[in-house]
Design a protein around this ligand. Structure first.
Ligand code: UD1
Length: 427
């Protein structure tokens, strides 16, 4: 019987990482900005777009709608003049929730969007109720039919939208829709994430009138028409943060280049508090960790709080700290799926509700673990870098969604990490 091949990373822990690493463009900026190209009928040249599975899915979503996409290295040219379909199939929506980003732009430009409901959750509660409520306030009618949200409008109208929580996705969807609405829209309790600021930059460059992005209140004055533009994505905050933790967890010395230091501040202050030395210069950070790490109290929060997408990575780091750390996850309900895997590596962690107590300082010993999701997978790779013996991380398709050439970049810093190739088919 042939064994089923499972993609994995194999890591021999205990190597100190040293050297230079370049950060790619932001995934979470690229996804809404690609969708925002639907708002104009021109050619859009997007640069510094990372080569990731999620970006490929968004490209397929846009192509399904009729967009033409050319890609060369990290530049993507998106032409949406031929868009003639308004339906995003379940198969794509199911692979990536961010596919819902096409809803706002399609409604704004064509008055119609049919998007499969993200799996598992009923509308009216989580996870897209804020998107829907915001769009309904702008005049959108919605019917749910066979698992699809069928939305229509006869021209969007500006509205005063209050979000219950500063949701990144709902802020982006309402913001994009409002650019072509009649009159003014104000989004209150808006997400302040760097990728929302980057989206607003792009929207301004295609002719939208937006101010206040990066604060809790965003004002948008609708315009009649938008045009194509060129745009460079900001650096990926979470990829940079992950390499900073990789340096710290291996007691290494790594220079992270092409980073946005302002966006990284909520992460940097916590690492400095733990005893990591960070020297900033322009868009570079030199991270050195030679001393024993101090424990931390970390609460995940919307930006400018500590990002939830760095929680598994900081948890891996805190297993190496000298003492007891407390982590509180306040953004996602169920984001401790990596804990069971860290326990198998020998970590001492207890969770109760949204709190995790991490008793640092014990041994981490490599074993076989599964990456339950993207950032959890990254956290397990980091734990593997610091563990004794070999760690094998399976289900790394999740990690591919958010890290371009992760193993290659880590190897260049001196990590012993391989990604076994699939066996060649027998002739
Ligand atoms: C984005 C990020 C994701 C990150 C998250 C929080 C992208 C592609 N993904 O996800 O990596 O972890 O922000 O920083 O950028 N919620 C509702 N109803 C809604 C919308 C959200 O209840 O209509 C809840 C969610 O269940 C969650 C919280 O609000 O508990 C935050 O979600 P949100 O900020 O919308 O996350 P995403 O935009 O999906």
């Amino acid at each position: 019987m042939t064994e089923l091949f499972k993609p994995c990373y194999r890591i021999q822990g205990g190597r100190r990482l040293t050297g230079l690493v370049d950060v790619n463009g932001s995934k979470n900026a690229s996804l809404p900005i690609m969708a925002a190209c639907l708002l104009n009928a021109g050619e859009n040249v997007l640069r510094n777009v990372p080569d990731l599975a999620d970006v490929a899915i968004m490209a397929r979503v846009l192509e399904t709608l009729g967009a033409k996409i050319k890609r060369e290295d990290h530049t993507m040219i998106i032409d949406t003049s031929g868009v003639n379909n308004f339906e995003t199939p379940f198969e794509l929506m199911n692979q990536m929730r961010a596919s819902i980003y096409v809803m706002g732009p399609l409604l704004a430009r064509y008055g119609r969007a049919k998007v499969a409901m993200p799996g598992g959750c009923a509308i009216g509660s989580r996870p897209v109720d804020y998107h829907i409520r915001g769009l309904q306030q702008m005049g959108v009618d919605m019917e749910i039919e066979q698992g699809y949200m069928d939305t229509r409008c006869k021209g969007l109208k500006g509205a005063h939208v209050f979000l219950d929580f500063p949701s990144v996705g709902a802020t982006a969807n309402v913001l994009m829709a409002a650019t072509l609405a009649q009159g003014a829209t104000i989004i209150e309790n808006a997400a302040e994430e760097p990728h929302i600021v980057d989206l607003a930059w792009f929207l301004r460059s295609i002719g939208a009138r937006v101010r206040g992005a990066g604060t809790k209140t965003i004002h948008i004055e609708g315009v009649g028409k938008l045009h194509g533009a060129e745009h460079d994505m900001i650096p990926d905050q979470i990829e940079a943060g992950t390499f900073i933790v990789a340096a710290a967890i291996t007691q290494g010395s790594v220079t992270v280049r092409r980073a946005c230091i302002r966006d990284l501040k909520p992460i940097l202050v916590k690492l400095e508090e733990a005893g990591v030395t960070i020297k900033e210069s322009g868009n570079e950070l030199k991270v050195t960790a030679r001393r024993k790490l101090k424990p931390l109290t970390v609460t995940t929060l919307p930006h400018p709080g500590f990002p939830t997408d760095m929680q598994p990575q900081i948890m891996a780091l805190l297993t190496r700290a000298d003492g007891v750390s407390i982590i509180r996850e306040t953004v996602w309900e169920n984001r401790y799926t990596h804990v069971a895997e860290l326990l198998r590596m020998g970590a001492d962690i207890k969770t109760q509700g949204n709190t995790a107590i991490v008793v640092g300082g014990g041994k981490l010993v490599g074993c076989e673990v599964n990456a339950p999701d993207l950032r959890a997978g990254a956290g397990l790779v980091l734990a593997g870098l610091a563990a004794q013996d070999t760690t094998t991380v399976y289900d790394i398709e999740h990690v591919d969604r958010g890290y371009e050439a992760f193993d290659k970049k880590l190897r260049a810093l001196g990590a012993e990490i391989t990604r076994p190739a699939p066996p060649k088919d027998k002739p």
